[in-house]
Ligand binder design. Structure first.
Ligand code: NAG
Ligand code: NAG
Length: 268
């Protein structure tokens, strides 16, 4: 009787183990199919999935004094174990009219940058989010100076500037005057691209990734046409995406962003 009961218990255990294996195998197989980051970097995969941050990245906030004071969020680069490391580059994130620095935190862009070895610094532009407006921003030069103050105060020496839509009021004059300070430029359908000559564009050596949504036939198309005059540029056109294309296609946007950054020379 005892013997029979033991046999039944063993049989039950074997069945349970088989069932578990059956349930687990597909996910194990999927896990091992994931391409390595190295393979993605080298462009070996046709459509690699975007790198997804798996560790906690803490986002610090701060405020720079001045006129106006500037609120910002910062994510420091970490290694796979979550330990802080030296940044490969420093990515300064501006924002569009309907957005703030919080957009980049919520979209996961800041955490993604940090886990890929970049320092992310997102600013609330004056009059948005937690940065008050200022009368002292009438000219292009005022806005160039504001960006310079932001970068200098935060020790940014190897800047990549990411600039959607309205923030072109700041980034395009900055590019025209201080392009030597930019290791990379990522315009996302920015305003203000049409007031410059072909010669002014052609003088700029900064590697540029032009990003726009395929459905953005207004500002997206217009800025792309002007920015294509830059000698060292590549283009990321997000299919099915509107003006705020990074909100419509965050996976594709993040993938293109990390790929572009990996082509830039690191130098901090
Ligand atoms: C991430 O951070 C949150 C809040 O600080 C914490 O509750 C959570 O356990 C952390 N997760 C990991 C995987 O470290
Ligand atoms: C163009 O930009 C890429 C980075 O996207 C860089 O590796 C390359 O050296 C640049 N080429 C020139 C001629 O500056």
């Amino acid at each position: 009787m005892n013997f029979l009961r033991n046999r039944l218990v063993v049989l039950g255990l074997v069945l349970l183990a088989t069932l578990l294996l059956y349930l687990l195998l597909p996910s194990i197989r999927q896990g091992s199919m994931e391409p390595s980051l190295e393979a993605q970097r080298m462009g070996l995969m046709a459509t690699p999935p975007p790198p997804i941050p798996t560790i906690n990245v803490s986002i610090r906030t701060g405020q720079l004094p001045g006129d106006p004071p500037l609120f910002f969020r910062e994510a420091l680069p970490v290694d796979a174990a979550g330990r802080q490391i030296l940044p490969r580059l420093q990515v300064v994130l501006l924002h569009g009219q309907a957005f703030t620095s919080k957009t980049w935190e919520e979209l996961g862009t800041m955490a993604l940058l940090a886990t890929n070895g970049y320092q992310a610094l997102a600013m609330d532009l004056p009059g948005y989010g937690k940065s008050p407006n200022s009368e002292a921003l009438k000219t292009d030069q005022n806005r160039v100076d504001l960006l310079s103050r932001f970068m200098e105060s935060l020790g940014v020496r190897a800047a990549v500037l990411l600039s959607p839509s309205m923030s072109g009021h700041y980034s395009i004059p900055f590019l025209m005057k201080n392009s030597a300070q930019l290791h990379g430029f990522i315009p996302i359908a920015p305003v203000g691209t049409k007031s410059y000559s072909p010669q002014q564009y052609q003088n700029i050596q900064t590697p540029t990734l032009i990003v726009f949504g395929a459905l953005d036939t207004n500002m997206g198309a217009q800025s792309q046409k002007n920015l294509l005059q830059l000698p060292n540029r590549s283009v990321l056109k997000l299919e099915g995406a509107r003006h705020a294309c990074y909100m419509d296609k965050p996976r594709e946007f993040h993938q293109g962003l990390i790929e572009f950054l990996s082509t830039l020379k690191r130098d901090v």
